[in-house]
Design a protein around this ligand. Structure first.
Ligand SMILES: *[C@@H]1O[C@H](CO)[C@@H](O)[C@H](O)[C@H]1NC(C)=O
Ligand SMILES: *[C@@H]1O[C@H](CO)[C@@H](O)[C@H](O)[C@H]1NC(C)=O
Ligand SMILES: *[C@@H]1O[C@H](CO)[C@@H](O)[C@H](O)[C@H]1NC(C)=O
Ligand SMILES: *[C@@H]1O[C@H](CO)[C@@H](O)[C@H](O)[C@H]1NC(C)=O
Ligand SMILES: *[C@@H]1O[C@H](CO)[C@@H](O)[C@H](O)[C@H]1NC(C)=O
Length: 424
């Protein structure tokens, strides 16, 4: 299954003391919402003001050395960094399923159904430099998930990964023994014969915010309660495997608005905090919940790093003023890193999970997704609002360069999840 080795570890540590001026043009687009934020920010990695909206426990217990990793069937290549590799065009084995075969894909992600003319984006396979990914076996995964709950928690990018996993698994389940239901923020796919569920919980900041309604949420004027998680987390009790993500919604510029106290109270105390500091507090709050509610002997925790966007084609040598619209091939420059992915957040994520009582496996999907300027939904998706003549004349103006077509890139994220879950 694997072939040898080399050392890739060194490059996982990087310091970004000062990043200069970034111009973000982040289009946040989900369901019927459409919002654009143009913000200009100078990033400095600052020491956090140790704000403590809730009490923050630091559980820096040393991890047991010979801990048998739950769900593992075999150890993977120790020296192989699965996230360092390249995209290989492979019509034989990709995609892993067809768009029309999977009834669960939301119309925001069914690109072929909405007229995408090219198909190349379907056929790229991720090839790590130093080993091969194990091939995805749906029956095997369902067997391993028997009697278990796997939950994705986060934003619409995480929802895309959830749907991708359901698509990868559902063919192996007979028609009358599966179901998909949504109640508020929680969507549950049930594989009845296996007594297993794959679930998605909408919590774009993980912690409480004013954007928590899964259908009607605010895109502008975001306010976060960095220390509060129980409103969401009471729905997470008893999960066996969890995949967290959170990034896109934090990108409101250099700072984000923080609420102390409840959204219901009359005199709201709202202050601004440097985004990196607020992000750190939120992820720590998440970890505190994880450590109080999950068991390293039987449970697994994953954290997916930021999903990049492709808003400025000049970054990859394209025409000025363009974005992902019309892109049909990946970026081949191995060093490419787009401005949508803040390195300051990446180095935070790299540090937040070390030495924890409950190990967290990082799904470092950022670099490999950064190459995929061709994989976004672009204009090939259900449009909830009628497009104006002006928009129609200029497709890039309404192109979604944040979300990803299914099948597509996010199936690879699940291949990586599969590899890390069973062959860590
Ligand atoms: C997939 O997994 C099932 C269950 O473990 C096993 O019986 C089957 O042989 C596997 N298929 C392949 C192609 O490896
Ligand atoms: C089904 O799975 C749940 C956990 O998700 C477990 O509590 C329950 O006992 C299982 N039921 C059966 C019949 O195995
Ligand atoms: C939806 O969830 C709420 C609690 O979160 C529960 O009270 C209600 O019964 C659920 N509805 C359905 C149809 O399951
Ligand atoms: C709001 O919270 C900050 C930080 O805890 C505190 O310093 C400030 O006094 C509070 N303001 C009010 C009006 O309560
Ligand atoms: C993820 O991978 C990138 C590129 O290889 C690297 O710069 C970064 O440090 C990694 N992040 C984490 C948290 O491992």
């Amino acid at each position: 299954m694997k072939s040898p080795t080399s050392n890739q570890k060194k490059n996982s540590i990087s310091f970004y003391i000062i990043s200069l001026c970034f111009v973000f043009f982040v289009v946040i687009l989900y369901g019927e919402d459409f919002g654009c934020i143009l913000s200009q920010s100078t990033l400095k990695l600052q020491e956090p003001e140790e704000e403590k909206p809730d009490q923050i426990l630091s559980l820096q217990t040393e991890q047991e050395k010979d801990l048998v990793v739950p769900f593992a069937v075999e150890r993977g290549e120790k020296e192989c960094n699965l996230f360092s590799g390249s995209w290989v065009y492979d019509e034989e084995t990709r995609p892993l399923y067809q768009e029309e075969e999977c009834p669960y894909i939301q119309p925001q992600l069914t690109c072929q159904a909405y007229g995408r003319p090219d198909k190349g984006y379907l056929h790229w396979r991720w090839q790590p430099h130093d080993c091969d990914l194990p091939s995805f076996n749906a029956t095997f995964m369902l067997e391993k998930l028997r009697g278990k709950r796997l939950m994705f928690i986060g934003d619409s990018l995480n929802r895309g990964q959830f749907v991708s996993l359901v698509c990868l698994l559902h063919r192996s389940i007979p028609e009358n023994s599966k179901s998909m239901t949504t109640n508020g923020s929680l969507t549950i796919f049930r594989a009845k014969d296996y007594n297993a569920t794959i679930e998605f919980f909408w919590a774009p900041f993980l912690v409480e915010s004013n954007s928590d309604d899964a259908i009607v949420h605010r895109v502008r004027d975001r306010i976060v309660r960095v220390g509060s998680i129980n409103k969401h987390a009471r729905h997470w009790k008893g999960i066996d495997i969890v995949v967290f993500n959170t990034y896109l919604w934090w990108m409101t510029g250099q700072k984000i608005r923080i609420l102390r106290g409840s959204f219901d109270s009359e005199n709201k105390n709202i202050t601004e905090m440097v985004t990196e500091d607020a992000y750190r507090l939120a992820v720590r709050r998440m970890m505190r919940w994880v450590e109080q509610n999950m068991d390293p002997k039987t449970n697994r925790v994953f954290f997916a790093t930021m999903s990049p966007c492709h808003e400025r084609s000049a970054e990859w040598g394209g025409e000025a003023g363009g974005n992902c619209y019309g892109e049909t091939t990946p970026i081949m420059d191995p060093n490419f890193w787009g401005s949508c992915s803040r390195k300051s957040i990446m180095s935070l994520v790299g540090n937040l999970f070390s030495g924890r009582k409950m190990p967290v496996t990082i799904l470092n999907i950022t670099q490999l997704s950064n190459y995929r300027k061709d994989a976004h939904t672009s204009i090939y998706k259900k449009q909830w609002n009628k497009l104006t003549a002006e928009q129609l004349a200029n497709p890039k103006s309404y192109s979604d360069c944040v979300h990803w077509c299914l099948p597509g890139l996010q199936d690879t994220w699940n291949e990586l999840l599969y590899a890390k879950l069973f062959f860590p």
